[in-house]
Design a protein around this ligand. Structure first.
Ligand SMILES: NC(=O)c1ccc[n+]([C@@H]2O[C@H](COP(=O)([O-])OP(=O)(O)OC[C@H]3O[C@@H](n4cnc5c(N)ncnc54)[C@H](OP(=O)(O)O)[C@@H]3O)[C@@H](O)[C@H]2O)c1
Length: 318
């Protein structure tokens, strides 16, 4: 395994699903991580689980994390059917959650933080807030630097899809919100990470895109266009930030998470048949690829989007 021991990552949208799997894999590989999401309670639980993984990287906690954390509630923010078809940005916020009140500076998750400057800092800290809130971005990066003193990797994993339907039927405000979270926030996080560490010391960025960003996708238009923008942003930044900072992306097909549940629930078997490898993705399929792109094994890889789709895009079945 390439030596990443002691390196530090910020993983956004990491209280469940793909982000949590990425954080878990990074911790298992020796990274220290700062995880973010809106809901403080589930985020704190995720950080607790990650610290348990750190104490026993090959042990039970790591396996339990996959099951329990993947199934956590809260997927309403990404509901692709029913309410999610309604217009408006409201579906992107957890209903009645204290997270709505979190400003940047107040966005600390009790019990999940490392002592500032401590050599014995936990392997995972958590900072709650909205991914597209610049104050939250600044706070999370500042707390990461205070806890660990460096920031080698930024994983822009947070993504939303609160509206569904043809582009011209969508509320422009909802489309704008999708771009705020899926595209502009990624740039905002990078700006903070760049100023704090990456600009001077170098490192890596991995953006979590989607195969929807590679070709038009019925009903998912606004999301698809935002992911296409994220893929191109990845390529642009790779050129602009080389040689010190490598910037890559991953583009998964359907992965079994809360976000995608409506896309496969009730017809998973039939859907799986369209995938040459015979199944949908699981969060660990994405985590392994991100860990590779973040590692020294990928030292000569930048500007790439690694498609993770069980062969779907090659099959003519899309
Ligand atoms: N699952 C798939 O099939 C699939 C396929 C291709 C690409 N992707 C991409 O993979 C990424 C992760 O998706 P997932 O399937 O793992 O989703 P998920 O299981 O719903 O997890 C989303 C995570 O992001 C957090 N989050 C959501 N909105 C946020 C916001 N506005 N600000 C801060 N945190 C936020 C959630 O916690 P809170 O709700 O508490 O904030 C949660 O931790 C997304 O970029 C998605 O577009 C997913």
């Amino acid at each position: 395994m390439p030596d990443v021991d002691g390196r530090v990552a910020v993983v956004t949208g990491a209280s469940r699903g793909i982000g949590l799997a990425i954080a878990r894999r990074l911790v298992q590989d020796g990274w220290r991580v700062c995880v973010t999401a809106r809901t403080p309670e589930t985020l704190a639980a995720a950080a607790e689980e990650l610290n348990a993984v750190a104490k026993d990287p090959g042990g039970g906690a790591a396996h339990d994390l996959g099951g329990a954390a993947k199934e956590r509630a809260g997927g309403a923010a990404h509901d692709l059917g029913g309410a999610a078809k309604e217009r408006g940005g409201g579906a992107t916020e957890p209903a009645g959650s204290a997270a709505q009140d979190l400003g940047g500076g107040a966005a600390n998750v009790p019990g999940s933080g490392a002592a500032p400057g401590s050599g014995n800092a936990d392997r995972a800290i958590a900072v709650a807030g909205k991914a597209d809130d610049p104050a939250h971005q600044a706070e999370a990066v500042a707390r990461t630097m205070a806890a660990y003193g460096r920031l080698d990797l930024l994983v822009n994993n947070t993504g939303i899809n609160p509206v569904y339907g043809p582009m011209l039927s969508l509320d422009p405000a909802a489309i704008r919100k999708i771009f705020e979270v899926n595209v502009f926030a990624s740039l905002g996080w990078l700006r903070q990470a760049y100023d704090a560490w990456l600009g001077e010391h170098g490192g890596a960025v991995v953006n979590v895109a989607s195969i929807a960003g590679l070709q038009p996708s019925e009903g998912l238009g606004a999301y698809a266009v935002s992911k296409a923008a994220l893929i191109h942003l990845t390529r642009q930044l790779a050129i602009e930030l080389a040689p010190g900072i490598r910037v890559n992306a991953v583009a998964p097909a359907v992965v079994r998470t809360e976000f995608a549940r409506k896309l496969y629930e009730g017809h998973e078997e039939a859907l799986s048949k369209r995938y040459p490898l015979g199944r949908l993705g699981v969060p660990d399929d994405v985590a392994g690829a991100v860990a590779y792109l973040a590692s020294p094994d990928a030292a000569w890889v930048t500007g790439q989007t690694l498609v993770l789709d069980g062969g779907l895009t090659q099959s003519g079945q899309l």
